[in-house]
Design a protein around this ligand. Structure first.
Ligand code: SF4
Ligand code: SF3
Length: 518
C-alpha cells in the first residue's frame, strides 16, 4: 500500500505497511481501485456530468476515501462495481493503471495528489449539500474535469492553474453547503453548551452530518433519551432548527483522536455520521453505529430508507438497553472548563460587525486571529493551546473545526461584550470565516491581506486541503500552517507556494506571535 494523504502519515513520508489511522493494506488497495475507477468514469463522461446516478457515485466514492471515513473493504468494493457499471453505460474508457496513481516523477505526483486530496475534501462538502437537496452543476461538472485531469500529464504551470481553478470551485461548493445548512436549520446563534451528561439513557452523535442529527432528534422525541454531540457535531447546538429540541442536551468529550479513551466504558451508543472514525476498541465496538459514507467491518450500519429517512431504531434500542449513567456526570474539556460556546457563524459575527469595526478603529481590538482546522494525535498540537493562551488581551480568536477542542473550554474573557474566543462552526463552515474576512476588508477598504488578521491553521485530513487551496485561490497570504507540512507537497511545489503565498510552518507560539504582532 501507499498512502500519504493525511498529517499523521508514517514517518512524515507515507504509510506503506499499514495506515497509522488503522487502514490496512487491503482497504488501501480497494480505495486506490475506486479512485482509478472514478478517473475512468470521468474519462468515459468526457470530463462533465453524465447524470445524477454517476454524480452521486462520484461524490460518495471520493468521500469514502477521506481519512477515517470508511474502513470496510466490502462497502468500497460495492462502490467500485457501481462506478464500473456507470462507466460501461457510457461506453467505457481506457483503464487508468493503479500503479500510475502514486508512482511518477516526484513533482508530478505531488501536484496530482494535491488536486486529488482537495477533491476528496470537496466531495464531502458537495455530499452534505446534496443530501440537503442542494446541487450546483458547475461544481458537479468540475469533479469530472478534475478527475479526468488527474489521469493526464500536465506541465507544472498547468497543474498549478488547475489547483487554483479548483480552489475557486471549492469556494462555490462551501457557499452551497452554507446555503444548504442555513436554509434547512436557520442561521446559528451564539449558544453555551454544557459538558455535563445527565442521568438516564443517551446517544452520542459525532461527525459532520446535521441531517442525521435532525432525524435522530425527531425519532428520540418523547422517549426519555438525551442526545449529546461529539467532535465536529458540537456546532449543531447553534442552529435554531436543532437547538429547539430540549433533549439535545450538551456535548460529550473532545476531538476525534481521544475517542478510544473517551468512549471506553460509556453506557451509551455512539453514532458516526462522517469522519473521524478510529478503529473501535473491543470494549465499546458493540455500541458503535455507522451511517452515510462511514463504514467499519462488523459494526452496525444504518442505511437510508425510502424518502431519505433513516431508521435509527437499533441505536435508540441500544440506548434504552444500556440505560446511561445512574447519576448526572460532569465532564470537562482539556483545560478543565465545564462548558463551551459555539454559534458564531457569519450571520452572528456580521450582526455585531459594527462593534468589531469600531473596536478595531478605536484600537480596543488590535488583532484578529483565526486559529482553526483539524485536531490530531501529534504532541506538537499543544502549540495551538499555548498560542491561544498567549494571544494578547486586546485580540480576538475566531476558530472552527475540531482543532478548537485544544482551547475552546478556556475562559479568555471578553472584549466589548464579545467573548475573545468565537467558534464559527465545523470545518464545513470555513465559508463563514471567508465571508467575515472579506466583509471586514470591505469595511476597511483594504485587501484581506492588509487586515490585522492572521490565519493560524492546523490540518489533518483532506477537507483541510480543499480549504487551503481555496484560501490560496483567494490570494490570501502569510498563512501559518502546522503542525507539520503535508508529505504530499514536494520540495519544489512547496517552494512555489512559499514564494507565491508566503505559507509558513508554525514554530513556537512565542516566536510566531512576535513575528505576527511585531
Ligand atoms: Fe496513513 Fe493517513 Fe493514509 Fe491513514 S489516511 S493510511 S494514516 S496517510
Ligand atoms: Fe476534524 Fe476529523 Fe478535520 Fe472537520 S473531525 S475537522 S479532523
Amino acid at each position: 500500500m501507499f498512502c500519504f494523504q493525511c498529517e499523521q502519515t508514517a514517518g512524515g513520508k507515507g504509510c506503506t505497511k499499514v495506515g497509522v489511522c488503522g487502514k490496512d493494506a487491503s482497504v488501501a488497495q480497494k480505495q486506490d481501485e475506486l479512485t482509478c475507477a472514478l478517473i475512468e468514469l470521468a474519462r468515459a463522461a468526457d470530463g462533465k456530468s453524465p447524470g445524477p446516478e454517476a454524480d452521486k457515485l462520484m461524490m460518495e466514492g471520493l468521500f469514502a476515501t477521506v481519512t477515517n471515513v470508511n474502513f470496510d473493504p466490502n462497502r468500497i468494493q460495492e462502490l467500485i462495481e457501481l462506478v464500473k457499471t456507470e462507466k460501461e453505460k457510457l461506453g467505457g474508457a481506457e483503464d487508468f493503471p493503479q500503479d500510475k496513481l502514486w508512482d511518477d516523477d516526484v513533482n508530478a505526483r505531488s501536484l496530482r495528489s494535491t488536486l486529488l486530496f482537495g477533491m476528496r475534501g470537496m466531495a464531502a462538502y458537495a455530499w452534505h449539500a446534496h443530501i440537503l437537496g442542494k446541487e450546483d452543476k458547475d461544481i458537479i461538472n468540475w469533479f469530472y474535469k478534475g478527475m479526468k485531469a488527474i489521469g493526464e500529464d500536465h506541465s507544472t504551470d498547468e497543474a498549478l492553474n488547475l489547483l487554483m481553478e479548483f480552489g475557486n470551485v471549492n469556494l462555490q461548493c462551501m457557499a452551497l453547503l452554507d446555503e444548504a445548512n442555513t436554509s434547512a436549520f436557520g442561521h446559528p446563534v451564539p449558544t453555551t453548551v454544557p459538558m455535563k451528561v445527565e442521568k438516564g439513557p443517551f446517544i452520542i452523535i459525532t461527525g459532520h452530518d446535521l441531517l442525521d442529527l435532525k432525524q435522530l432528534l425527531e425519532q428520540t422525541e418523547g422517549k426519555g433519551i438525551n442526545i449529546y454531540t461529539h467532535g465536529e457535531m458540537l456546532p449543531a447546538h447553534g442552529y435554531p432548527e436543532l437547538k429547539k429540541y430540549p433533549h439535545l442536551k450538551g456535548n460529550f468529550g473532545t476531538a476525534w483522536q481521544n475517542q478510544q479513551r473517551e468512549f471506553d466504558g460509556v453506557p451509551a451508543p455512539i453514532l458516526f455520521t462522517t469522519n473521524c472514525l478510529m478503529p473501535p476498541k473491543a470494549s465499546y465496538a458493540d455500541r458503535v453505529f455507522t451511517t452515510g459514507v462511514v463504514g467499519y467491518p462488523q459494526t452496525q450500519h444504518i442505511s437510508e430508507g425510502k424518502n431519505g429517512i433513516k431508521d435509527f431504531s437499533p441505536v435508540i434500542n441500544k440506548a434504552l438497553e444500556l440505560g446511561g449513567y445512574p447519576e448526572d456526570k460532569i465532564f470537562t474539556g482539556i483545560n478543565g472548563g465545564t462548558e463551551v460556546m459555539t454559534g458564531f457563524a457569519r450571520n452572528a459575527v456580521l450582526g455585531v460587525a459594527d462593534k468589531v469595526i469600531e473596536a478595531v478603529k478605536a484600537g480596543d481590538i488590535k488583532h484578529i486571529f483565526l486559529v482553526g482546522g483539524c485536531d490530531g494525535a501529534r504532541p506538537g498540537r499543544n502549540y495551538y493551546t499555548e498560542f491561544v493562551k498567549k494571544t494578547p488581551k486586546d485580540s480576538v480568536v475566531l476558530t472552527l473545526a475540531c482543532g478548537k477542542y485544544r482551547f475552546n473550554d478556556l475562559d479568555l474573557g471578553k472584549i466589548g461584550g464579545l467573548p475573545r474566543i468565537m467558534d464559527m462552526g465545523q470545518c464545513n463552515d470555513a465559508y463563514s470565516a471567508i465571508v467575515v474576512a472579506t466583509e471586514l476588508a470591505k469595511a476597511f477598504n483594504c485587501s484581506v491581506n492588509d487586515l490585522p488578521l492572521t490565519l493560524v491553521l492546523s490540518w489533518y485530513e483532506q477537507k483541510a486541503v480543499c480549504i487551503l487551496l481555496t484560501l490560496l485561490a483567494l490570494n490570501i497570504k502569510n498563512i501559518y500552517l502546522g503542525p507539520t507540512l503535508p508529505a504530499f507537497l514536494s520540495q519544489d511545489v512547496l517552494n512555489v507556494l512559499v514564494e507565491k503565498f508566503n505559507i509558513t510552518q508554525i514554530s513556537t507560539p512565542d516566536e510566531d506571535l512576535k513575528k505576527i504582532l511585531g
